[in-house]
Design a binder for this molecule. Sequence first.
Ligand code: 0GZ
Length: 297
Amino acid sequence: MSRTQTWVDAPSKPHWTPPPGAVDAHVHVFGPEAQFPFSPKAKYHPEDATPEMLFALRDHLGFSRNVIVQASCHGTDNEATLNGIAKSNGRARGVAVVDPDIGLDDLKTLHAGGIRGVRFNFLKRLVDNAPKDKFLEIAKKIAPLGWHVVVYFEADILEELVPFLEAIPTIVVVDHLGRPDIAQGPDGADITRFKQLLDEHPTIWTKVSGAERLSPMGPPFDDFVEVIRPVVERYPDRVLWGTDWPHPNMEHRIPDDGTLVDVIPRIAPTAELQRKLLIDNPERLYWPERLSGNERA
Ligand SMILES: O=C(O)c1cc(C(=O)O)oc(=O)c1
């Protein structure tokens, strides 16, 4: 498998500036392969996307912190993610992918390394299997640590996943809105079903990310904005946002990260919505020790 670069080297500076303390809550690191080899089961073989490159992007875009999500190409070996967190000077936390038989000592080591959640991936193009019973075993193990679960799936399996999502005893964060068909518009079947899920389950959150993956129109992502702004306005306390740098598998429509940041004030049009999306909500999951006072408890 030849190595692929899925990000632009010099993204534009966004026109909009994130507030101080803002968290880019969905990024990955790849390798460096010489130090942290990819999984033999990886479905893609990326170029190195190192912590140093990530932090340069963070600063360029005007963010203060990152949440590094273990990418499928690293399997259940979280060392590359932990390395990224360790190099961040406290400005990154992470989400791991773990084996079902993981023990409490290993979970505590991950916690000490800045991990605050686990990810379950259901995309057939990314993983060989997604055993719900094993995932639930993991969810039960991580719940006492105060962690949450991140789930990545596509809209066509949402219905069959509902009982599984309901059985998870922690907050559940759905990556990239569960990949609705944006072309259906703001009242389309996919986004309507997803909002019903959020209406019925106050512990389900979502990342309002993935404009570059979900928008048939492309930049400046007018179609994504029209469908997703109502989600941010309806669930202001349960949304996170991330660039998804280095954009795994985006070989053909590689996004300019500056244009992605400029989507934020259009889906979260007020300063209050922006503060919740980029600071308050991610702090509740990833830096809860920083929260004080009743309003933010
Ligand atoms: O849609 C994807 O290809 C993708 C892949 C991964 C991963 O490989 O972990 O993560 C994402 O957030 C998105």
